[in-house]
Design a protein around this ligand. Structure first.
Ligand SMILES: [Zn+2]
Length: 460
């Protein structure tokens, strides 16, 4: 007999509306939404009165167990995905890195082997670092492996950097194979010049970090890559936009008819460069860096106006020891933990009382439906629909709390949002019909998470 789970009395959030409905889950799938479910004694019932029932969050940009070739985070796939479960995240789209000498299949196999302990489902983008001219058709192998999104960097010489000709070549090839190029945009020359000027002055302490990577470097690279994508007639996804102007550039391209998408992250919405003058600047070393005061408000306007497609985290779980090893931004690993706080922060500062920037359907679009659609997981994931995977979050808007690193489940013993008030709390997280978190306790098991192959459909 198929196990039934009934989520009763909640407010179900779709991409268009909030509706009062009970959600009936059979096995791993959503079976139906109904006005008045009639549970039998065999059914498991979760009372969701007063709560929102949201599609499970899909964090489309994470770096669990990250190995950059220089730094390694100390987490593993179980630790990382368990923290995600506490935060209502039911799918991560992480990255397989093509290390020097690796074929795409080797890169994918190695990353999937690491991810075998995942407690929630995962998909993989691929960091393409070595694709000589003539080999572009090999991107088709990634499409066949269910990993049709290819990440490129306009910075980080020599390991990850792709020059303009390479970017254009891979954009063109992505159209041929049915893929999507995603780009980390920072003009490498501008970043290098700004960094070298600081190094020359001896100003390499953490507090100078933001000066090394100016906003203009990001904006120029966004404009350039959009230009190349237009020439290739290729869809493009711009990762972690940290300035409103970057988002505007993407929005304008879309208005011209380009399939252009962008994401931002909570750190760029909620934090700014003033923290570099504070007592723990090392907590905030990341690329791109935090921006000027006021940029967050301008980004929120773009989020509220629908110009931002996805809010993701760029989660990297470096330890405090790694962050503090040396007061020098040039050798401090960049990245912040974020998986567990994504939903509470976006809810609090987007939808919470007195904010009113976002409707609940808009939140569901940016945290679930849009990443699922853009990256090819929809409708299996990303919405509460009959037949879809039963990936669900029950969120209680009445709860109130404060972000405390000590209450989170990362390796890092700090949190960039320490002390910030949050409204609401995750009451339960359900991954393919399994309750993996409820009432403060998790029931995560290594290996419950499965690889979710993706397929894109950009009609060009
Ligand atoms: Zn990243």
């Amino acid at each position: 007999m198929i196990q039934r789970l009934i989520i009763q009395g909640g407010t179900v959030v779709s991409t268009e509306a909030e509706i009062r409905a009970d959600v009936i889950v059979e096995g791993e799938r959503i079976a139906a939404l109904t006005q008045a479910a009639q549970p039998t004694p065999e059914d498991t019932v979760i009372a969701a009165g007063g709560c929102y029932v949201l599609p499970g969050v899909i964090d489309a940009h994470t770096h669990i167990k990250l190995d950059t070739g220089i730094y390694r985070t100390a987490d593993d796939w179980f630790t990382g995905t368990r923290a995600a479960a506490f935060g209502g995240v039911t799918t991560v789209i992480d990255f397989a890195t093509q290390f020097p000498g690796q074929t795409f299949r080797e890169a994918m196999d190695a990353r999937r082997a690491e991810a075998e302990s995942a407690a929630i489902d995962y998909a993989l983008h691929v960091m393409v670092t070595d694709l000589p001219p003539g080999d572009e058709h090999k991107l088709g192998e990634l499409v066949e492996m269910g990993a049709p999104s290819f990440k490129l960097y306009t910075t980080y010489r020599p390991n990850y950097y792709a020059d303009d000709a390479t970017i254009l070549r891979i954009l063109r090839a992505s159209v041929e194979v049915g893929g999507l190029v995603m780009v980390h945009c920072e003009n490498d020359d501008l970043v290098t010049a700004a960094t070298q000027a600081l190094v020359k002055r001896g100003d390499t302490g953490w507090r100078f970090h933001a000066q090394a990577r100016p906003a203009l470097a990001e904006q120029e690279a966004v404009a350039r890559v959009l230009f190349l994508a237009e020439a290739a007639n290729a869809p493009l996804y711009v990762v972690h936009c940290s300035t409103a102007r970057s988002v505007e550039l993407v929005r304008q391209a879309r208005q011209r008819g380009q399939a252009a998408y962008c994401e931002t992250c909570p750190q760029y919405l909620l934090l700014d460069e003033r923290v570099y003058a504070g007592s723990n600047p090392e907590h905030f070393i990341l690329q791109p860096p935090l921006r000027a005061e006021g940029e967050g408000a301008a980004l929120w306007e773009r989020v509220a106006g629908g110009a931002v497609d996805v809010i993701s985290t760029d989660h990297c779980d470096y330890s405090l020891a790694q962050k503090r090893a040396k007061d020098d931004f040039t050798v401090t690993p960049g990245g912040l933990p974020g998986l567990e706080t994504l939903l509470p922060l976006v809810y609090t500062y987007g939808c919470g009382a007195a904010r009113g920037r976002l409707t609940m359907p808009a939140l569901a679009r940016m945290l679930s439906a849009n990443p699922a659609r853009i990256f090819g997981l929809y409708p299996q994931k990303g919405a509460i629909l009959p037949g879809a995977d039963a990936d669900l979050v029950i969120y209680d808007p009445a709860a109130a709390g404060t972000v405390r690193a000590s209450a989170l489940h990362y390796i890092a013993q700090y949190n960039p949002y320490e002390g910030m008030p949050v409204r609401g709390a995750v009451r339960a997280t359900i991954s393919r019909g399994k309750v993996i978190f409820q009432a403060g306790e998790d029931d995560c098991t290594p290996g419950h998470g499965r690889y979710a192959p993706r397929r894109l459909n950009y009609n060009r």
